[in-house]
Ligand binder design. Structure first.
Ligand SMILES: [Zn+2]
Length: 46
């Protein structure tokens, strides 16, 4: 088994590479290009 099989994706908002692995670590649940953290901030900003 490969421990480093997590896919990473760069958020178009904060430019941070974040895990995008289906069913496990996934930071792109709300938007395929913007991480959930940024998506929450965008929601608060309106
Ligand atoms: Zn982000």
């Amino acid at each position: 088994m490969n421990k480093n099989d997590i896919d990473y994706k760069v958020c178009s908002k904060c430019d941070a590479p974040l895990p995008n692995s289906k069913g496990r670590l996934d930071y792109f649940n709300s938007d395929p290009n913007i991480c959930d953290d940024c998506h929450i901030l965008l929601d608060h900003e309106g």
